[in-house]
Design a protein around this ligand. Structure first.
Ligand SMILES: Cc1ncc(COP(=O)(O)O)c(C=O)c1O
Length: 460
C-alpha cells in the first residue's frame, strides 16, 4: 500500500471509527446483542477473486465487526482478568502498527530494540526484581511461563551435567517439579510444552485462599523446579514467598513465579507486602495486557540471570548478529515479533511509578467496594478480597449460574463463572484503568436486581 491520498483517507477513517468505538464503550451493553453476533455471517463470504476497495473493507469491518465485540475495554467488564487498554497504549499501538517494525533484532529496528530494553529495565525496577534480571516480551503469561520454564529446565539440568537445549529430555536425569495445588492451569500447560509434563508436578497443599501452606515441605533431590504464584486467579492471594523460596533454595531448586496479574501488587505501596520476598525467585512470568492495561498481546518473561534465558532460546545462524549485542529474539521463543516493549514503554512512561501504584490500589479499592455491596445484599463473598478479585456465591450452583446468565444478558456489566473449593460462584476481576466508583455501584445494583428475581421465576 503506497502512502498517498488514499492511505491518508483510510487512516483518517480508521481513526474516526476507532475514536467513535471508544467513545461509545461506556454506554453500550457490555455483551454484544445476539443480532450483532448473528450478523457476523456477513463477514464470512467466499474469498473474493478480486480484492475489494480498502475503505469498503474497513467500513464492513467496523459496521459489522464492532457491534459484535465485547466491551471488554470498557469500565464495567469484570470477566477473566482483563484490563482495558490505556489511551496511551492504544495510541502507541497505532503508531507501532504504522512503523511495522520487526523487533527481533536491533539492526531491524534500533527503536524497538532500545525500547524493549528500557521497558524491561523499568518493569524489573517497578516490580522490585533484582537489577540483574533480563527477559523478553511474549504473547502473554502462558508463553511467559513456558519461556521461563524452558530456561529453568535447561539450567537445572545443566547443573547436573545434562545439555537439555542440545539433547532434549530423552535420557536426561528426571526433573522434580513442585507446584501449588492451585497453580494456574497455564503453568501446567507450560510445563507440558517444555516437556516436563502437565501432570507430573507434586502438588503442595493450599489454604482456604489458595496459598501454598509452607509446612511439611518435601525434600527434593536432583534437578528441581518449584512453581509459585503471585495472584490466585480466584482469590487474588499470593503464596508466602519468604519461607517457600528459602526452602526451595535449601533444596537446590529453581524457583519460578507465575504472576500474570498478581506480580503487579509489588508496584504499589498498599499491596507490596502481599508479595514480599518474591524478588528472591529465579524467574517470573507476568502480563502487561492484564493489569498494566496495554493492548493484546503482551506478556513478559523475566529471568534473574538472563544468560539462562539466552542459553535456552538463542537460535544462531550465519546471517544473524552474534553474541555481542542484546537482541530481543535471543531471549524469546519467537524470532520475528512486534514491538511489544515499545508499547509497554509508552504505558509506563505515561503512568510513572505513581500512576501504576494508583491503578493497582484503585482496582483493589473498587473490588472491595463491589464485595461490600454484594455482601450487604446478603450474598456470600467466598474470598478474602485482598487484591482485585471477588468470588460470590448466590445460593447454590443453579441459582449462581442463573444470576450470571441474567447479568450477562442485562449488559450493564459482565462477570463470568468459576468453581472454587467445590462451590459454584461468580468471579469479578477489577483490572481496567477506566472503572470508577459509579461503575461499581451501577454494576452492583444490576447484579442485585438480577439476583433479586424470585427463585421460581427464571432470571430474565
Ligand atoms: C495466574 C495466571 N497465570 C497465567 C494466566 C495466563 O495468561 P495469558 O492469558 O496472558 O496467557 C492467567 C490468565 O488469567 C492467570 O490469571
Amino acid at each position: 500500500m503506497a502512502a498517498g491520498p488514499d492511505t491518508d483517507a483510510l487512516l483518517a477513517d480508521a481513526s474516526r471509527r476507532a475514536r467513535g468505538y471508544l467513545a461509545g464503550l461506556a454506554d453500550r451493553g457490555v455483551a454484544p446483542p445476539p443480532e450483532a453476533v448473528e450478523a457476523l455471517a456477513r463477514l464470512d463470504f467466499p474469498l473474493p477473486a478480486a480484492g475489494r476497495d480498502a475503505a469498503e473493507v474497513l467500513a464492513l469491518l467496523d459496521d459489522v465487526g464492532s457491534p459484535a465485540t465485547v466491551a471488554s475495554a470498557g469500565p464495567r467488564y469484570f470477566g477473566f482478568v482483563t484490563g482495558g487498554a490505556l489511551p496511551v497504549a492504544v495510541a502507541a499501538a497505532w503508531l507501532l502498527a504504522a512503523w511495522d517494525q520487526n523487533a527481533a533484532l536491533a539492526v531491524m529496528s534500533p527503536t524497538a530494540a532500545r525500547l524493549d530494553a528500557v521497558a524491561l529495565r523499568w518493569a524489573t525496577d517497578l516490580l522490585g526484581l533484582p537489577a540483574s534480571t533480563g527477559g523478553g516480551f511474549v504473547t502473554g503469561a502462558t508463553m511467559a511461563n513456558a519461556t521461563c520454564l524452558a530456561a529453568a529446565r535447561d539450567a537445572v539440568l545443566a547443573r547436573h551435567g545434562w545439555d537439555a537445549a542440545g539433547q532434549g529430555l530423552v535420557g536426561a536425569p528426571p526433573v522434580s517439579v513442585v507446584a501449588g495445588a492451585e497453580a494456574h492451569t497455564t503453568v501446567r500447560k507450560a510445563l507440558g510444552l517444555v516437556g516436563l509434563g502437565r501432570d507430573r508436578a507434586l502438588a503442595l497443599p493450599a489454604d482456604a485462599q489458595g496459598r501454598i501452606v509452607p509446612r511439611d515441605l518435601p525434600r527434593l533431590s536432583g534437578p528441581a523446579i518449584v512453581c509459585l504464584q503471585a495472584g490466585n486467579v480466584n482469590s487474588g492471594a499470593s503464596d508466602p514467598f519468604g519461607p517457600l523460596i528459602a526452602w526451595a533454595r535449601d533444596e537446590g531448586a529453581w524457583v519460578h513465579v507465575d504472576g500474570a496479574f498478581g506480580l503487579w501488587a509489588a508496584a504499589a505501596p498498599g499491596t507490596a507486602a502481599q508479595v514480599a520476598g518474591v524478588g528472591a525467585a529465579d524467574s517470573w512470568a507476568t502480563d502487561a495486557h492484564k493489569w498494566l492495561n496495554t493492548t493484546y498481546d503482551c506478556g513478559i518473561a523475566l529471568v534473574r540471570d538472563p544468560a539462562n534465558l539466552r542459553a535456552a532460546l538463542e537460535a544462531p545462524a550465519a546471517y544473524l548478529p552474534g553474541a555481542a549485542a542484546r537482541e530481543p529474539m535471543h531471549f524469546t521463543p519467537q524470532s520475528s515479533q512486534r514491538a511489544r516493549g515499545a508499547e509497554v514503554w509508552a504505558a509506563l512512561a505515561a503512568l510513572g511509578r505513581g500512576g501504576v501504584a494508583d491503578l493497582v490500589e484503585r482496582s483493589c479499592r473498587l473490588a472491595r467496594r463491589a464485595a461490600d455491596g454484594l455482601r450487604e445484599s446478603g450474598h456470600a463473598v467466598l474470598n478474602d478480597v485482598v487484591l482485585n478479585q471477588v468470588v460470590v456465591d448466590f445460593g447454590g450452583p443453579a441459582r449462581t449460574d442463573a444470576v450470571i446468565a441474567a447479568v450477562q444478558r442485562d449488559g450493564t456489566c459482565w462477570c463470568g463463572p468459576t468453581t472454587w473449593h467445590g462451590r459454584r460462584a461468580m468471579r469479578l476481576s477489577v483490572s481496567g484503568w477506566g472503572t470508577t466508583e459509579e461503575d461499581i455501584d451501577r454494576s452492583v445494583a444490576a447484579i442485585r436486581a438480577c439476583s433479586a428475581r424470585p427463585r421460581s421465576a427464571p432470571p430474565a
